[in-house]
Ligand binder design. Structure first.
Ligand code: NAP
Ligand code: MG
Length: 403
């Protein structure tokens, strides 16, 4: 069989530790035998970030703007212990934060579902994708500990010097205050990314805030979403047979639990932080959670939601066999290859991505899986726990049946 050709390259961002090992195994066992892989390679592994003064991260994000599609391996975000371990000259910023700042994107997280591993919420039949607005609010807030009696005010000074004031509270004693902000530009980007992704994946879009209480702040989010929807997406959504649905955040959480899934839930920054942990835990395993960053310019960066699985890597370095789950990393590749195919009219690449995902799901459903899943398994076939490499070969056997 001829290998599939790629007309335009993918941006490939390599990473660290156990996921770096899985990364090259996935390429050797599941991709290179079938595809003439055409990638622009960036090594985001910590040693190379150190060597380049983190320029490699910036370059990889710029390349993503140029080529439109990237696939990223998990990377270490350095802390004090890592500075020591890798003899770093400084505590480099999180690569994901750097990339997100350059692409100005929204992150969508969705679980990979298989029969035999059921969500804790028994009526969830389809994935729930969470879109988190990753700018502002609590995460850029300014806080102040009020020492004693006095007036706290919100003051806005326009660039011409004109002042507007609002009393927050007249304190009789000690207390606390906090100032939050967001920008129309960021909320607008967030809204476009959500509407666009809903169209891309043909799923309904839900959005919720606390607009009844926060009549200016949260209400502004609601208004921006509605204006953009009415002006630019209403017709497209109707044509695609999908819906935009706004409700109060309290109502949303109740409906999410009662739903059968199959929609995108757009969340403000804090709601997304908290709800994504709850939803991913309820779906089963962090190792089965995928993530894609979508920029308002329509650039895509695919990755696994989990980290570099350090504990397994230390085992691996001692020469011990590990049973690390490669599913989310593999789905980052299939997501990126499918998108590349869609953008370039490469139908064979899209078919390959579909076949690979189906093969990997079938492998688990037939009872062959990594250790993390074996503990959750409720399927009929007895679970056969394998190491990471044998799992990839089992997927290859399933894939061969489908090509
Ligand atoms: P982690 O790598 O996600 O792993 C936490 C634990 O979750 C693992 O020890 C393992 O549990 C389980 N797990 C996660 N992925 C798994 C998989 N594919 N297969 C099997 N089990 C899996 O999180 P962490 O240990 O907190 O962070 C490690 C490093 O990753 C840190 O340096 C952090 O900065 C980085 N990180 C990067 C990203 C990113 O690049 N997007 C995201 C998060 C964290 P058991 O040990 O119980 O088997
Ligand atoms: Mg969180």
């Amino acid at each position: 069989m001829d290998k599939i050709k790629m007309t335009t390259p993918l941006v490939e961002m390599d990473g660290d530790e156990m996921t770096r090992i899985l990364w090259s195994d996935i390429k050797e066992i599941l991709l290179k035998p079938y595809i003439e892989l055409n990638t622009v390679y960036f090594d985001l592994g910590l040693p190379e970030r150190e060597r380049t003064g983190d320029q490699v991260t910036v370059d990889s994000a710029e390349a993503t703007r140029q080529y439109g599609v990237a696939v990223k391996c998990a990377t270490i975000t350095p802390n004090a212990q890592r500075v020591e371990e890798y003899k770093l000259s400084q505590m480099w910023k999180s690569p994901n934060a750097t990339i997100r700042a350059i692409l100005d994107g929204t992150v969508f997280r969705a679980p990979i579902m298989v029969k035999g591993i059921s969500p804790v919420v028994k009526n969830w039949k389809k994935p729930i994708t969470i879109a988190r607005h990753a700018y502002g609010d609590l995460y850029k807030a300014v806080e102040y500990q009020v020492p004693g009696p006095g007036r706290a005010e919100l003051v806005y000074t326009a660039s011409d010097g004109a002042e507007a004031r609002e009393t927050i509270f007249d304190f009789q004693g000690a207390g606390i205050i906090q100032g939050q902000h967001n920008t129309d530009a960021s909320i607008t980007s967030f809204a476009h990314a959500c509407f666009q992704y809903a169209l891309d994946t043909r799923q309904d879009l839900w959005f919720a805030t606390k607009d009844t209480i926060s009549k200016k702040y949260d209400h502004h989010f609601k208004d921006i979403f509605q204006e953009i929807y009415d002006a630019e997406y209403d017709k497209k959504f109707k044509k695609a047979g999908i819906e935009y649905f706004y409700t109060l955040i309290d109502d949303a959480v109740a409906r999410v639990i009662r739903s059968e899934g199959g929609f995108i839930w757009a969340c403000k920054n804090y709601d997304g932080d908290v709800m994504s942990d709850m939803v991913s835990t309820a779906f089963g395993s962090l190792a089965m959670m995928t993530s894609v960053l979508v920029s308002p310019e329509g650039k895509y960066e695919y990755e696994a939601a989990h980290g570099t699985v350090t504990r397994h890597y230390y085992q691996h370095r001692k020469g011990k066999e590990t049973s690390t789950n490669p599913m989310a990393t593999l789905f980052a590749w299939t997501g990126a290859l499918r998108k590349r195919g869609e953008l370039d009219g490469g139908a064979d690449l899209v078919r390959f991505a579909d076949a690979m995902e189906a093969a990997s799901i079938a492998t688990i459903e037939s009872g062959t899986m990594t250790k993390d899943l074996a503990g959750l398994w409720e399927g009929e076939a007895p679970a056969r726990t394998v190491n990471s490499t044998d799992f990839l070969y089992a997927i290859r056997d399933e894939l061969e049946k489908r090509l």
